[in-house]
Design a protein around this ligand. Structure first.
Ligand SMILES: Cc1cc2nc3c(=O)[nH]c(=O)nc-3n(C[C@H](O)[C@H](O)[C@H](O)COP(=O)(O)OP(=O)(O)OC[C@H]3O[C@@H](n4cnc5c(N)ncnc54)[C@H](O)[C@@H]3O)c2cc1C
Length: 381
């Protein structure tokens, strides 16, 4: 399919593809098995300046948008979604600063994130506040020149590895979602610790941990936006980063599809390659149709967001839901096409099937995305 990417976007995509094929593919299975954080790949992405593709030029980035970020995520995910999510989680941590940071905050953090000198993370979810994010309990109390944070966060991607965390906490309990605020918390701040590391089904090279705040002192100038705007900051950030999950899903699906085709052409049963059986051909055809449909919706959504459109929650949720459901279906079918070999760790498709699952869960589970889409379309008509 021709997607009419700009010359720069084609260069970004092909550079990310090269890194993915030449480096990520070599370490994907080992890093997955041993749970190794892909710092070497992130360093390579920094060296090639892909860490800055979505950061505005005035803060040292390439000046691209969600599309450029998604192109990198998609290509990395073709070989390892764990590597891709470690890259994408920095974008999730950087976007609140891009969107709501004060000039001093942008100047302090964004150039270093663009250069890959800082890894970022986004900390909203808690043990008892997953889909219902407005029920978070971590508190931030203003005392003199500091906010004092107390509480804990759950499931934080890049936890323990990141240098900068955008953390959401309650500054005024009586105001519900309007009493939530966002803060930039640096690794090493007094009273800020990293807790348990999760032993996950997939994306195992990425780090997912608890974060603990015990009278953690955060300078008052690290408040993002105004007090009480945290919920809006989180939602507006997700509108821009859910396409990143869709890109991960498209990349995983594309990777599994490529493996399945190659395998189907090589593996002979009943004296013929598997690819000559119509049942297999139809599965491959459906994979192709679904992947192209998911990619088309993803790229259209990215173009809409980057055009400066005001409201795109529905489109952003739709591409996340569609692409993640496609990734689950395509990877499951890829395992089926490869039979027993699909089910063992000697080939990468069983990893891809495990990795695909999380795209239906994180950054708002698909049920929640369908709730968002339904509420928007019911308002429209
Ligand atoms: C690997 C991984 C990495 C993550 N990284 C981050 C991160 O970096 N930062 C961060 O803040 N969070 C992160 N998360 C958290 C993630 O966003 C949540 O797991 C997700 O939003 C779902 O919340 P939950 O797990 O508590 O599920 P729950 O909210 O308990 O939901 C369980 C199930 O019930 C369904 N459900 C819940 N409410 C409704 C409803 N109203 N209608 C219909 N169905 C409903 C859900 O869709 C889901 O299927 C991560 C999670 C994982 C697994």
């Amino acid at each position: 399919m021709e997607y009419f990417l700009s010359e720069e976007q084609k260069i970004i995509k092909s550079l990310a593809k090269r890194i993915s094929d030449e480096y990520v593919s070599k370490v994907a299975i080992k890093y997955d098995k041993e749970g190794i954080f892909p710092r070497d790949i992130l360093d390579l992405l920094a060296y090639t300046e892909l860490t800055g593709v979505y950061i505005p030029k005035e803060y040292g980035g390439f000046g691209g948008g969600v599309m450029e970020m998604c192109l990198v995520v998609e290509e990395l995910s073709r070989n390892c979604a764990g590597v891709a999510v470690s890259y994408a989680a920095t974008a999730l941590g950087a976007y609140p600063i891009i969107l709501y940071g004060k000039e001093e905050q942008k100047k302090k953090y964004l150039p270093k994130i663009a250069k890959g000198e800082l890894i970022a993370a986004f900390a909203l979810t808690e043990a008892d506040a997953g889909s219902d994010v407005s029920s978070i309990k971590t508190t931030a109390e203003k005392k003199g020149d500091y906010y004092i944070l107390n509480g804990s966060k759950h499931w934080i991607t890049n936890g323990g590895e990141a240098d900068v965390y955008v953390v959401f906490a309650v500054t005024d309990k009586s105001k519900g979602p309007r009493g939530i605020s966002a803060f930039i918390v640096e690794k090493g701040y007094e009273g800020f610790y990293c807790g348990k590391k999760e032993d996950k089904m997939g994306i195992r090279s990425s780090s997912t941990t608890e974060l603990i705040f015990e009278d953690c002192k955060v300078p008052k100038e690290n408040l993002l936006g105004r007090e009480g705007t945290g919920f809006i900051i989180a939602m507006k950030t997700f509108d821009r980063t859910r396409p990143g999950v869709a890109a991960m899903a498209v990349g995983i699906a594309q990777g599994a599809y490529e493996h399945a085709i190659r395998y189907a052409k090589e593996r002979v049963q009943f004296g013929q390659p598997l690819s000559s059986f119509q049942a297999i051909q139809h599965m491959l055809a459906d994979m192709y149709i679904n992947i192209e449909a998911a990619r088309s919706l993803l790229y259209s959504t990215c173009r809409m967001i980057d055009s400066g459109a005001k409201d795109f929650s529905k489109e952003s949720s739709a591409c996340k839901v569609f692409a993640s459901d496609v990734a689950m279906k395509v990877t499951t079918d890829a395992v089926q096409i490869m039979g027993g070999n699909g089910y063992v760790k000697d080939y990468p498709v069983e990893k891809m099937m495990r990795d695909a699952k999380v795209t239906q869960i994180f950054e708002g589970a698909n049920q929640i995305q369908r709730n968002i889409i339904a509420s928007e379309i019911i308002k429209e008509y």
